[in-house]
Design a protein around this ligand. Structure first.
Ligand code: G3H
Ligand code: 13P
Ligand code: ZN
Length: 284
């Protein structure tokens, strides 16, 4: 079927009390792994492209590959821009056929973030594209920050209310203790902050930096209103582990298909587990 807007998937997730997996892609094998896994689990799914993915593969390839995968799938697939950096980039993605965009104004002041998000919303609404915004700063696991800086980066529930009222954005990414990349220890999520945000804000909440977050914490976050869960690092780990295993077992292997095929299967297995954890299996 054609690519669907994320808004549609998250509205159903909100009604059903589950979350939809949003998996980062960089090449054909990853896109196939994501859509194959969703198909096997009969789950709606979001394929997303980061800044690095766009630089690596280009918007044309990402859009064309995902569109073909979606058209061959019996489950709904959305194509989403992850951490969009500018109004211009959002326009390019919409032109290529993305059905959803994130405009990440988290480094701006509250007023500037509201203004940029509204500018994107004006255009996106007119063409039926969904919009995710970010409030609070979700950093990287490697960021060395003080306790005060950590606190300052967290999403303020009152500001979240102001932001959503001033924009009417479709979904909101929040900083509640997760970070991008591999965690050094076990991440501690601020569930009380999430509970307060959800009390004040009625839109679906997005959890970034979800690789490496313990399953119980993911379940709790979904109970408290998270409806989109972003996973990239765990897919990279599965892909590279799959490649290493084959190359170690068969050092003379020269057929890329015999290396990338099993790596794709390893990624798909991880994605299927995540889909079940998020409660979206069987929801297509
Ligand atoms: O949001 C960050 C993604 O996990 C990775 O970003 O593909 O630009 O390295 P990247
Ligand atoms: P991870 O690095 O935890 O996979 O996070 C991915 C993400 O949030 C993409 O936006
Ligand atoms: Zn992210």
């Amino acid at each position: 079927m054609p690519l669907v807007p994320v808004k549609e998937l998250l509205e159903k997730a909100e009604a059903g009390g589950y979350a939809v997996g949003a998996f980062n892609c960089n090449n054909m094998e990853i896109i196939q792994a994501i859509v194959d896994a969703a198909e096997a689990e009969k789950a709606p799914v979001i394929v997303q492209a980061s800044q690095g993915a766009i630089k690596y593969a280009g918007l044309e390839y990402i859009t064309a590959l995902t569109r073909v995968a979606a058209e061959h799938a019996s489950v709904p697939v959305a194509l989403h821009l992850d951490h969009g950096t500018s109004f211009e980039q959002v326009m390019q993605c919409i032109r290529y056929g993305f059905t959803s965009v994130m405009i990440d104004g988290s480094k701006l002041s509250l007023e500037e973030n509201i203004a940029l998000t509204n500018k994107v919303l004006d255009v996106a609404r007119a063409v039926g594209v969904s919009v995710e915004a970010e409030l609070g700063k979700i950093g990287g696991t490697e960021d060395d920050i003080t306790v005060d800086e950590w606190e300052a980066n967290m999403t303020d529930p009152g500001e979240a209310k102001t932001f959503v009222e001033a924009t009417g954005v479709d979904s909101l990414a929040v900083a509640i203790g997760t970070a991008h990349g591999q965690y050094k220890g076990t991440p501690k999520l601020d569930f009380e902050r999430l509970r307060k945000i959800k009390e004040l804000v009625k839109v679906p909440i997005v959890l970034h930096g979800s690789s490496g977050v313990p399953d119980d914490a993911i379940r709790r976050a979904i109970e408290l209103g998270v409806r989109k869960v972003n996973i990239d690092t765990n897919l990279r780990e599965a892909f590279v582990a799959g490649v290493k295993e084959i190359i170690t077992a068969n050092p003379k292997e020269i057929d890329p298909r015999k290396i990338l095929g099993p790596a794709k299967k390893a990624m798909s297995a991880v994605i299927r587990e995540k889909i079940r954890l998020f409660g979206s299996a069987g929801k297509a």
